[in-house]
Ligand binder design. Structure first.
Ligand code: NAP
Length: 245
C-alpha cells in the first residue's frame, strides 16, 4: 500500500489507522474539517514514518467542492492505492424522527456525501485499473433498530451502495471493503455508557488494516460483531419490532 487518501481523517478511527500506515512508510493525503487538527496529525504521522503527508480541508456536506477536492488529491498523489472514507456523525434519533432537516443532515453526512465522493473517485480509479476503496459504515446498517434507525438507514444505504459498486469495479481490479465497527470509544460516542462490547479506535484500526490487506468484502470490527449481527438479523420481525433497543 503506497498512496493513501483518507477522508474524515480527524476521526479517532482514521487517526489510529493512519498511524499504522505511517509505520509502513506510506504516503498519505488527509482530508478533514479541522485544518489545525490535520496539521497536528501531519506532524505526528511524519514522525511515525510516513513518507509524505499532505492535508486539505473538507466539509463533506459541501457537495459542490467534492469534484475539485478529489481532482486535487489525485493530482498530488497520482496513483490512488487506497481510499479510506471515515467521516460520520451519530445523530439524535428522537430529533431526527421529528425534524426532517435534522434527518436530512444525518443522511447528508453519513450517506449522500460518501456517495458523492465515491462518484468522483471512481472516475479516477477506473482509469488506474487497480486500487482499493474502504468505507467505514456500521453494524447499525445491518438492521433498523427503533433507537437508531436514521443513522442505521444512512449507514445501510452506503453498505448497499458499496455492494453494487463492488461488482461494477471488479472488472477494473478495484476492491471495495465495507468496514462495519460495533461500539467504539471515540468522541462520537463519548456521551454513551461503556460496557464489555466496546472497542478502542486502535483495536478497530488493526481490523481495518488487516481487512484491507486481505481484500475482505465486509469487515466486522472487532470480528465478534459478525456473529452478533448474524443473530440480530435472524430475529423474526414480529419479535424484533417489540424489542426496545
Ligand atoms: N464510534 C463508534 O461507536 C462507531 C461505530 C460504528 C461506526 N462508526 C463510524 O466510524 C467512523 C469514524 O467515527 P469515529 O468513531 O472515529 O468518531 P469521531 O472521532 O467522532 O469521528 C467522526 C469524524 O467525522 C467528521 N465529520 C463529521 N461531520 C463532518 C463533515 N460535515 N465534514 C467533514 N468531516 C465531518 C468529524 O470531523 P471533526 O473532527 O471536524 O468533528 C470527525 O473527525 C464514522 O463513519 C462513524 O459513523 C463509529
Amino acid at each position: 500500500m503506497k498512496n493513501i487518501l483518507i477522508i474524515g481523517a480527524n476521526s479517532a478511527i482514521a487517526k489510529a489507522t493512519a498511524r499504522l500506515y505511517a509505520q509502513e512508510h506510506c504516503r498519505l493525503y488527509l482530508l478533514g474539517r479541522d485544518s489545525a487538527a490535520l496539521a497536528e496529525q501531519r506532524q505526528d504521522l511524519l514522525i511515525r514514518g510516513a513518507s509524505e503527508v499532505d492535508i486539505a480541508p473538507l466539509d463533506v456536506t459541501h457537495f459542490a467542492v467534492h469534484e475539485a477536492v478529489i481532482d486535487q488529491a489525485v493530482g498530488l498523489l497520482g496513483q490512488l492505492d487506497l481510499v479510506l472514507i471515515c467521516h460520520g456523525s451519530l445523530p439524535d434519533q428522537e430529533l431526527c424522527q421529528n425534524d426532517f432537516d435534522a434527518a436530512l443532515e444525518a443522511f447528508n453526512i453519513n450517506a449522500l456525501s460518501v456517495i458523492s465522493l465515491l462518484t468522483h473517485l471512481c472516475r479516477h480509479m477506473m482509469t488506474q485499473n487497480s486500487g482499493c476503496i474502504a468505507v467505514i459504515t456500521s453494524v447499525a446498517g445491518d438492521r433498523g433498530r427503533q433507537s437508531n434507525y436514521v443513522y442505521g438507514a444512512a449507514k445501510g444505504m452506503v453498505s448497499r451502495y458499496l455492494q453494487g459498486l463492488r461488482g461494477r469495479l471488479f472488472p477494473h481490479n478495484i476492491d471495495v471493503v465495507d468496514i462495519r465497527p460495533g461500539f467504539v470509544d471515540t468522541p462520537m460516542t463519548e456521551h454513551l455508557p461503556k460496557g464489555a462490547l466496546w472497542a478502542s479506535p486502535e483495536q478497530v484500526a488493526q481490523a481495518v488494516v488487516k481487512g484491507i490487506a486481505k481484500r475482505r468484502t465486509t469487515v466486522y470490527a472487532p470480528a465478534f460483531w459478525r456473529l452478533i449481527m448474524l443473530i440480530v438479523r435472524c430475529i423474526p420481525e414480529f419479535l424484533f419490532k417489540r424489542l426496545r433497543f
